[in-house]
Ligand binder design. Structure first.
Ligand SMILES: CC(C)[C@H](C(=O)O)[C@@H](O)C(=O)O
Ligand code: SF4
Length: 474
C-alpha cells in the first residue's frame, strides 16, 4: 500500500497495488489478477509440463480458442488442417487437465479472447491482466493495466501468477471533444496513430483522457485501447467512470451484492489524481477528426476519407519516401488518387477491434435496405457467440444476409487468417481489424483499415466511401 500524498496516475496506483518485490535492476514482480489464454498458448503449457509443474492459480485463468477456429462451423473434429485442429485440441486438453475455465467451440460464450473478457465481466478496473497476445491492451478500457506477453512470460505467469516487469513511462493522450457526426472510436485511434506514428508511444503506458474519450461508450473505449499497441504502447487505459460501472453491472463474473459495493468503492479511487504528472503529454482536437481509412501497410498510413493517396515525393526524408513507395506498390495505388475512388473486392467486419454488438449495429444501420454488389465478397464475423446471439435477436443477421453478406461464427478469422480464412493475392479488403501489414490478410492481400460503418459503406458501394454521405440520406 502506498498512502503517500503525491498525486498518482491510474497506472501508478495499479502498479503500486500489485508490486510484490523489486530487484536491484529495478524489475518489479507484479501480481497478476487475470490471465487469459487462447489457442496459441500450447508451448507455454508444454514448457510447464516438461518441468513437472502446474498452473499456480487455475481459477484466475480463462481460456477460449479464437485464432485457429473456423467460422463456417463449430465442430473441432471437422477442422481439416491437422495443425490448426491440434492447436484447438491442445487448449482443450491443457485446460481440462488443470481445471481451467474454457469457453470452447461448443460453448455459446466462445469468442475472441479480448471480446469475451470484458463481456463476461472478467476484466475489471484496477486489475493486472495478461495474455500471450499483443491486443491484450484492449482490456485497459475498463481501467485495468492489461498487456500482452511472450511465451516465456506466459509460462512464468502460469507457474507463479506473477510477472517480472520494468515500469513503463506514462503518457496521457487527451482528445478534446465532442466528436463530429459519423466519427467513431476507430477514427480517433487511427487519427492518434497517424499523428504520433507506430513508435509514438513506445515504452509508455497510455491513459486516454478528454471529452472525446469520456464521451465514448465502453465498446468504443475497447476499440481505442485495442489499437494502443499499434502506436507502440505497452498498454492503453481509460479511467473507470459511470460508463464503466454501468457496463460491468450484472455481468456473469462481475462482483455481486456487498462485493459489488466494496469493489465500486475501490474502483472510484483509481482515476489519476488531479495534478498527477505524466512523462509525456499528447493533445488532439476531437472536433477536427474525420472518418479515417488507411492507404498503406502500416496503421499510421491513415487519412480522412476525403483525402487523396499521398505522394512519396512529398515525404520528409528518403527513408519515409522509400517506405511510402513500397507501400503504394504493394497496395496497387497511385499518388493523387481520391481515396473514395478506390474499389474493394472484400469486406471484413469483425475482430477484437470492431467485432462487438455496437459495431454490428452501426454496420447494419448502413447496410439496411442496400445491396452488396456482385463482385464484392462481404463477411460479418461476430466477436463472440454471445455477440452473434444478440445480433440475431435484434435481426441484424437478416439485414446483413439480405444485403448479400456472409453471416459467420465467432473467431479471429480474416483479421490474421491463421484459421485459413484469407483474401486472395491482390484482393483489396475493407477491414475493421487493426493491422494492415503486408500479407496480414493473406499473401499479397491489400488491407484498408476503417470503422464498422465505413466498412459497411464500402460493402454496399463497392469502393471506399465516406459513410456520412450514406447516413445523411437516412
Ligand atoms: C497470434 C497472436 C500472438 C497475435 C498477437 O500477439 O497479437 C495476433 O493476435 C495478432 O493480432 O497478430
Ligand atoms: S482478432 Fe485479430 S488482432 Fe484480435 S486477437 Fe485475433 S488475430 Fe489478434
Amino acid at each position: 500500500m502506498n498512502d503517500s500524498a503525491a498525486p498518482r496516475t491510474l497506472f501508478e496506483k495499479i502498479w503500486d497495488r500489485h508490486r510484490i518485490i523489486e530487484r536491484e535492476d529495478e524489475q518489479v514482480l507484479l501480481f497478476v489478477d487475470r490471465h487469459f489464454i487462447h489457442d496459441g498458448t500450447a508451448p507455454a503449457f508444454a514448457t510447464l509440463h516438461g518441468r513437472g509443474m502446474a498452473p499456480k492459480a487455475p481459477e484466475r485463468i480463462f481460456a477460449t480458442p479464437d485464432h485457429y477456429v473456423p467460422t463456417s462451423h463449430r465442430d473441432v473434429t471437422a477442422i481439416a488442417d491437422p495443425e490448426r485442429r491440434g492447436m484447438v485440441e491442445a487448449l482443450m486438453r491443457d485446460t481440462s487437465r488443470h481445471g481451467i475455465t474454457m469457453f470452447g467451440l461448443d460453448d455459446r460464450r466462445q469468442g475472441i479472447v479480448h471480446v469475451i473478457g470484458p463481456e463476461e465481466g472478467l476484466s475489471q478496473p484496477g486489475m493486472v491482466i495478461v495474455c500471450a497476445d499483443s491486443h491484450t491492451s484492449t482490456h485497459g478500457a475498463l481501467g485495468a493495466l492489461a498487456f500482452g506477453v511472450g511465451m516465456t512470460e506466459t509460462t512464468h505467469a502460469l507457474a507463479h501468477q506473477s510477472l517480472w516487469q520494468r515500469k513503463a513511462r506514462s503518457m496521457r493522450i487527451t482528445v478534446d471533444g465532442p466528436l463530429g457526426p459519423g466519427v467513431v472510436a476507430k477514427d480517433v485511434i487511427l487519427a492518434i496513430i497517424a499523428k504520433i506514428g507506430t513508435a509514438g508511444a513506445t515504452g509508455h503506458v497510455v491513459e486516454y483522457a478528454g471529452e472525446a474519450i469520456t464521451g465514448l461508450s465502453m465498446e468504443g473505449r475497447l476499440t481505442l485501447c485495442n489499437m494502443s499497441i499499434e502506436a507502440g504502447a505497452r498498454a492503453g487505459m481509460v479511467a473507470p467512470d459511470e460508463v464503466t460501472y454501468a457496463y460491468l453491472a450484472g455481468r456473469p463474473y462481475s462482483p455481486k451484492g456487498a462485493e459489488w459495493d466494496a469493489a465500486l468503492a475501490k474502483w472510484k479511487a483509481l482515476p489519476s489524481d488531479p495534478g498527477a504528472v505524466f512523462d509525456t503529454e499528447v493533445t488532439l482536437d476531437g472536433r477536427a477528426i474525420e472518418p479515417m481509412v488507411t492507404w498503406g501497410t502500416s496503421p499510421e498510413d491513415a487519412l480522412p476519407i476525403g483525402g487523396v493517396v499521398p505522394d512519396p515525393a512529398d515525404a520528409a526524408d528518403a527513408e519515409r519516401r522509400g517506405a511510402m513507395e513500397r507501400a503504394l506498390a504493394y497496395m496497387g495505388l497511385e499518388p493523387g488518387m481520391r481515396l473514395a475512388d478506390i474499389p474493394v473486392d472484400r469486406v471484413f467486419i469483425g475482430s477484437c477491434t470492431n467485432g462487438r454488438i455496437e459495431d454490428l449495429r452501426a454496420a447494419a444501420a448502413v447496410v439496411a435496405g442496400r445491396r452488396v454488389p456482385e463482385q464484392v465478397e462481404a463477411w460479418v464475423v461476430p466477436g463472440s457467440g454471445l455477440v452473434k446471439e444478440q445480433a440475431e435477436a435484434e435481426g441484424l443477421d437478416q439485414v446483413f444476409k439480405a444485403a448479400g453478406f456472409q453471416w459467420r461464427e465467432a473467431g479471429c478469422s480474416m483479421c490474421l487468417g491463421t484459421n485459413g480464412e484469407i483474401a486472395r493475392p491482390q484482393q483489396r479488403c475493407a477491414s475493421t481489424s487493426n493491422r494492415n501489414f503486408v500479407g496480414r490478410q493473406g499473401p499479397g492481400a491489400r488491407t484498408h483499415l476503417m470503422g464498422p460503418a465505413m466498412a459497411a459503406a464500402a460493402a454496399v458501394t463497392g469502393r471506399l466511401t465516406d459513410v456520412r454521405t450514406l447516413q445523411a440520406g437516412g
